[in-house]
Design a protein around this ligand. Structure first.
Ligand code: MN
Length: 722
C-alpha cells in the first residue's frame, strides 16, 4: 500500500471516530429526557431554541404550503401568505425541507437531529487541516475537543435547531481549503474555496466579515511573501467573484468559467485582468454594502431609545431589557471556548507555539479574532475560537507525547491528556439540561388554534412566542424573535397591560395598520429607498390619522367610542400562563410616555411560586407575609390591607371557578391565589384590570369584545369580536 492511501485511510478512520464521538455526546440530553412527556410532541422531542421555529416555519411552508396570496408571482411566493414573514427563501429552511423530503424520518425528527449531525461535521475540516501539517493525531485530539467544547455544544446540541449548526463548520471548511490552496497551489482548491464561499454566504449572509478577513490575509501573504506566484492572484480573483453581491447561481456560473480559464496555462497572462475585473464586479455589485450597513448598525446601536422623524416618538428598546453585554468575566469566556480556564490558557500558549512552528496557521487568525470579540460583543461569538484554540492544546499534547521515552508512554500520555481536556466539557454537557421552548400542552393549544384560525388571521402574543405560534398554528403575528423593536412592541404591550376595551381596539387598529403598511411599502419601494418617503410607526400613523399631534391624546380616545378600521380578518389572543414570569418586562414597552420618553411608575406585580403556611400567616417571599385572619399584607416593615382576595381553582371537568372576596376598597393591591398552579399573584389595580390578568388568570372576559376559543391551564386563546 502506498503511503498516501495509508494516510487517507487513517484520516477517514479518525474522522469517523471523532464524528461518532460528537454525535454520541449530543445524545446525552436525549437519553436524559427520554421519559419526560412534556418535552415530546407527536412522538418526537421538540426543539429547545426559540429562533429555530422560524426556519421550521419556512421549511413547513416549502413542503406543504399553498398560497392564499393572489399576487404570488415568484416561485417562493407560492408557498406562503403575503406578509406572513415565512422565510421560505432562507438556506436553513430550504436545507431542512430537502432533508425532510428525502429522509425517511418525520419533520419533527429532522429538525431535532439536524444540529446533532451537521455540527459534528466540524471534525472533518479540523482533521484535514491537521493533515497538511502531517499531524493527524493532533487533528483527532482537536476534533474530539472542539466538537463538544462548552459553547459549541450549547449552540449545536440536539434540538438547538438554528443556523449555528453550520456556522462554524462552513468557515472551517473555508479555512481548510485556503490552507490547502496556499500550501499545495493545486487548482482544485481554487474551485473548492469559491464553492465554500458560495455555500457559506447562502447559509449565513453575515459571513462576509470572515470572508473579507480571509481575503485580506491572503492578499497580505501574497504581497509580502509570495509576490511572484500567479496562483495567489487566481485564488484572490475567484474568491472575489464568489463574494460578489447578487444571485448565487450567477456567481456559481462565473466562478466555474473563471476556474476553467485558470486551469489552462495559456490564459495565465490574463490573470491580473481577471482579478481587476473581479474587483470591479465586486464593487459594482455592491459587495461592500453589507459592511456599510453593519457599520451604520453599530453607530446607531448605542442610542438608548429609537426616535423617528415626524412626531419624534420615543420608544423603549429591547436592548434595554437585555442584560448589558458589557464585560464578560474571564472565567466564563475561557470556559466557553475550552471548557476550563486552565485548558484555555494552555490552548492559547499552544496556539501561539503552533503559529510559530506552522506559519500556515496564521490564516486561522480571523476565527480567533472573531471568537475573542466575545469579550466585548457578547458570548455568542466564542464558538468561532473553539476549533482553532483546540488545535493549540492538541499540538502541545502531541509535542509532549513525542518526547516520551517509550511508545507505551507516548500513547498513554496522549490518551490521558486528551481525556483530561474533554472531561470538563463532558461534565458541562451532563449538567446542561435545558428545557424545550414550549411544553406539550402549550403546543397542543397552538395546533388546535391552527385548525380554527385561517392562515391570514393574526394571533397576538408577546414576541417571545411569535415564532412558535407561527410554526404550530400557521397564522400571522405582530411580533416575533426578529421583529420586536420598541415601536412594534408598544401596541402589543399596551394591549396586554391595559383594559379589555383598550386592548380590543388597539388589536384591531394595529393588525389592520400592519397589513396596510406592508402593502404600502410594496407599492412605494422606490420612494422609500430614495428616502423621499418615511414610513412611520403604526402608533404614529394612527395618531395622525385620528387627527392628533400628541400620542397620549390619541391613546386616551381608545377609552371612548372611536371608528375602527375595516375588519379584514380575524384576530386571536394567545395568553400563556408562562407569561406571568415576564409580565413586568412586558409592561416596560408601553409604560412610557412616547412624547418625551419618560418611563411611567412601575406597576406592582409580584409572583410567589412557593409559599409557606406559618399558621397565622402565609409567607410569600423573604419579606412578604399575608395575615390569614385580617388579610393584611406585610411587605418589609409596611403593613397594609388588601383590596381583594381572589381564589381560582379548576373543577374536575377543568372549568375555572373563582371566589372573589372584597376586603378593603381603599387598597390598591389584590391577592390572587391560583390554587392549581400553586401560585399567588400580588397585583395593583391597574394590573388586575389588565387584559392579560382578566382573560388569562380570571377568565373574566367582556363578551362584547372577546369570545373564548381554547381555555386550558397552560394557555388560553380568545377571539376578538370587533
Ligand atoms: Mn403562513
Amino acid at each position: 500500500m502506498t503511503e498516501t492511501s495509508q494516510e487517507t485511510k487513517l484520516t477517514l478512520f479518525y474522522i469517523s471516530i471523532a464524528f461518532t464521538f460528537s454525535v454520541l455526546m449530543r445524545l446525552i440530553w436525549v437519553y436524559h429526557f427520554a421519559d419526560y412527556e412534556p418535552f415530546y410532541f407527536n412522538g418526537q422531542f421538540m426543539i429547545n431554541t426559540n429562533d429555530g421555529y422560524i426556519w421550521a416555519e419556512g421549511a413547513r411552508d416549502l413542503l406543504l404550503g399553498t398560497t392564499t396570496n393572489p399576487n404570488a408571482k415568484e416561485y417562493f411566493d407560492k408557498f406562503h401568505q403575503l406578509y406572513d414573514l415565512s422565510p421560505v427563501t432562507s438556506a436553513a429552511s430550504q436545507l431542512t425541507a430537502l432533508f425532510a423530503k428525502i429522509l425517511p424520518f418525520s419533520f419533527e425528527s429532522v429538525i431535532f437531529y439536524m444540529p446533532v449531525f451537521l455540527s459534528s461535521l466540524v471534525v472533518i475540516p479540523i482533521i484535514l487541516i491537521a493533515r497538511v501539517m502531517k499531524n493527524l493525531e493532533m487533528g483527532l485530539i482537536a476534533a474530539l475537543l472542539a466538537s463538544i467544547a462548552w459553547s459549541y455544544y450549547n449552540r449545536t446540541m440536539a434540538g438547538y435547531y438554528d443556523t449555528d449548526m453550520l456556522n462554524i463548520v462552513l468557515p472551517m471548511f473555508l479555512l481548510w481549503s485556503i490552507i490547502w490552496a496556499v500550501e499545495t497551489n493545486r487548482n482544485i482548491y481554487l474551485i473548492i474555496t469559491a464553492i465554500d464561499i458560495l455555500i457559506y454566504r447562502w447559509w449565513y449572509p453575515q459571513s462576509y466579515s470572515l470572508e473579507f478577513s480571509f481575503f485580506g490575509l491572503i492578499l497580505a501573504y501574497a504581497l509580502i511573501f509570495d509576490r511572484k506566484n500567479l496562483f495567489n492572484y487566481k485564488l484572490l480573483a475567484i474568491m472575489m467573484l464568489a463574494m460578489m453581491n447578487g444571485d448565487g447561481f450567477l456567481r456559481l456560473g462565473l466562478v466555474v468559467v473563471v476556474y476553467i480559464l485558470f486551469r489552462d496555462k495559456k490564459y495565465d497572462k490574463y490573470v491580473f485582468y481577471i482579478l481587476g475585473l473581479a474587483v470591479a464586479a465586486f464593487l459594482v455589485s455592491g459587495g461592500l454594502s453589507p459592511i456599510w450597513a453593519q457599520l451604520k448598525g453599530y453607530v446607531f446601536r448605542d442610542s438608548v431609545s429609537a426616535t423617528d422623524k415626524g412626531l419624534g416618538l420615543h420608544f423603549f428598546t429591547v436592548m434595554q431589557t437585555v442584560r448589558e453585554a458589557g464585560h464578560i468575566p474571564f472565567e466564563t469566556f475561557a470556559n466557553r471556548i475550552s471548557g476550563h480556564t486552565v485548558t484555555f490558557l494552555i490552548s492559547l500558549a499552544g496556539y501561539l507555539y503552533l503559529l510559530y512552528k506552522h506559519r500556515i496557521m496564521l490564516f486561522s487568525l480571523p476565527l480567533v479574532g472573531l471568537g475573542f470579540l466575545a469579550y466585548v460583543g457578547g458570548l455568542r461569538f466564542t464558538i468561532y475560537a473553539v476549533p482553532v484554540l483546540a488545535f493549540g492544546i492538541a499540538y502541545l499534547i502531541i509535542e509532549i507525547a513525542r518526547i516520551m521515552p517509550t511508545a507505551k508512554l507516548k500513547y498513554l500520555s496522549m490518551i490521558a491528556f486528551t481525556l483530561a481536556i474533554i472531561f470538563p466539557n463532558y461534565k458541562h454537557i451532563e449538567a446542561y439540561n435545558v428545557p424545550t421552548v414550549f411544553n406539550a400542552n402549550e403546543v397542543q393549544v397552538l395546533q388546535d388554534l391552527g385548525k380554527k384560525a385561517d392562515r391570514e388571521d393574526y394571533v397576538i402574543s408577546w414576541w417571545d412566542y411569535g415564532y412558535p405560534i407561527r410554526y404550530y398554528a400557521d397564522v400571522k403575528t405582530l411580533s416575533d424573535g426578529g421583529k420586536h423593536s420598541g415601536s412594534v412592541n408598544f401596541p402589543v404591550s399596551f394591549m396586554l397591560t391595559h383594559t379589555q376595551e383598550e386592548a380590543a381596539k388597539m388589536a384591531r387598529l394595529d393588525v389592520e395598520y400592519t397589513e396596510k403598511t406592508y402593502a404600502f411599502r410594496d407599492t412605494h419601494k422606490e420612494e422609500i429607498s430614495d428616502k423621499n418617503l418615511t414610513i412611520f410607526s403604526n402608533i404614529e400613523q394612527m395618531t395622525k390619522d385620528y387627527g392628533f399631534k400628541n400620542t397620549n391624546d390619541f391613546l386616551a380616545t381608545l377609552k371612548s367610542d372611536i371608528k375602527l378600521p375595516k375588519k379584514t380578518r380575524d384576530i386571536y389572543f394567545y395568553l400563556p400562563f408562562r407569561m406571568t414570569s415576564i409580565y413586568p418586562t412586558v409592561t416596560l414597552f408601553s409604560n412610557i410616555d412616547l412624547m418625551n420618553g419618560r418611563q411611567g411608575r412601575q406597576p406592582f406585580f409580584y409572583v410567589a411560586r412557593s409559599f409557606k403556611d406559618l399558621g397565622s400567616k402565609i409567607q410569600l417571599g423573604a419579606n412578604i407575609f399575608l395575615d390569614k385572619r385580617t388579610l393584611n399584607l406585610t411587605i418589609g416593615n409596611k403593613t397594609m390591607p388588601i383590596r381583594r382576595f381572589v381564589k381560582t381553582q379548576y373543577t374536575k371537568d377543568m372549568k375555572l371557578q373563582k371566589n372573589v372576596q372584597l376586603v378593603n376598597f381603599s387598597s390598591d393591591i389584590s391577592v390572587i391565589y391560583m390554587v392549581n398552579y400553586n401560585t399567588m399573584l400580588l397585583v395593583d389595580e391597574k394590573t388586575y384590570n389588565s387584559m392579560y390578568i382578566q382573560l388569562m388568570v380570571l377568565e373574566d372576559y367582556d363578551p362584547k369584545l372577546f369570545e373564548p376559543v381554547i381555555l386550558t391551564p397552560s394557555a388560553k386563546v380568545y377571539k376578538l369580536k370587533i
